[in-house]
Design a protein around this ligand. Structure first.
Ligand code: ZN
Length: 313
């Protein structure tokens, strides 16, 4: 079975099968003068990465770079395990993210507070990466390769330590979760696709989402490569992310009270998303459970953001 789906001459997408689910998380493999991977998924996905490399005849020891858009476990949780399997790979991350790759203890504690006892089952082992194999890229810095130059831009809003990768030669941005989540049929079972922002804990900031979208709009990209999931036309994805984050934030502003539980906010969020999809003409019975754990995470993140801004004001 072919794992790799070619997107162009030197770019492949493959499904990381995050938590065993299809259409959830993309791995992107760039080939050419160097071989690069964007995002590893969590540890159980590392076998998919090795199989993808094998399919194009690249030995694990020949994977040159792995770029991590941010260190949430569904993007970089498997990086330490991959570092063991691919002994020559250098890992590229934003400055704030890099320290968590070298010492994941705070990351593990943070994830445990979000996911509780299910964390290990969901994400597997989270291993450190030796410091000399982690490269930092700050806002505007580049990775220059013989046949292409990639530029890194800080893109907070979903996570403070998130960067995105601009690939001008293909007029594309590898955006991690900065330009929302693209829900595809393979994941939802619904016969249409759409984009929602990801407002998961603990960094969601709607103003930062708006600033990030404005920045990315200046790059003239035609395509967004989402980690969740696959490519989409840039203009529409950027607009949907900005508008969606604003709408989620307004909903939380309107409903919040001190006693509110995440379950209550998740119910309201489900109702809002369903109504919005119906307004767009999607009349299927929309079983919101198909969005998986995302609505729960979005509700928890919105509630955290509400509490933080009240604490700070
Ligand atoms: Zn994610």
């Amino acid at each position: 079975m072919n794992l790799l789906r070619p997107l162009d001459d030197t770019l492949y997408l493959f499904d990381l099968m995050e938590q065993g689910l299809p259409g959830r998380s993309s791995g992107y493999l760039l080939v050419g003068s160097k071989t690069l991977l964007v995002d590893t998924g969590s540890s159980p996905s590392h076998t998919r990465i090795l199989a993808a490399l094998d399919e194009i005849g690249i030995a694990p020891s020949a994977l040159d770079y792995c770029i991590l858009t941010h260190v949430h476990l569904d993007h970089a949780g498997g990086a330490g395990l991959l570092a063991q399997a691919c002994p020559n790979t250098l890992f590229i991350a934003q400055e704030r993210a890099a320290r968590h790759l070298i010492d994941p203890s705070r990351l593990i504690a943070g994830a445990r507070s979000v996911y509780g006892d299910t964390m290990e089952a969901l994400f597997g082992a989270i291993l450190p990466i030796p410091e000399d194999r982690v490269l930092i890229r700050r806002h505007g810095e580049q990775l220059q390769l013989p046949d292409r130059t990639l530029t890194f831009y800080d893109t907070p809003g979903h996570a403070r330590h998130h960067f995105s990768i601009h690939d001008p030669a293909r007029a594309a941005i590898f955006a991690g979760d900065a330009v929302g989540i693209r829900y595809v049929t393979e994941f939802t079972g619904w016969d249409f696709e759409f984009i929602l922002p990801s407002t998961s804990p603990t960094d969601f900031d709607p103003d930062a989402v708006a600033t990030t979208v404005s920045l990315l709009q200046t790059l003239g990209a035609e395509t967004i490569y989402h980690t969740h999931f696959g490519p989409s036309p840039a203009a529409a994805a950027l607009a949907a992310t900005k508008e969606g984050a604003r709408a989620f934030a307004e909903l939380a502003d309107a409903l919040y009270d001190e006693e509110m539980t995440w379950e209550e906010l998740a119910m309201s969020l489900q109702g809002f998303i369903g109504a919005d999809l119906r307004r767009q003409g999607y009349t299927d019975p929309l079983d919101m459970d198909r969005l998986g754990i995302d609505v729960e995470l979005d509700a928890k993140g919105l509630l955290y953001w509400q509490r933080m801004k009240r604490t700070l004001s």
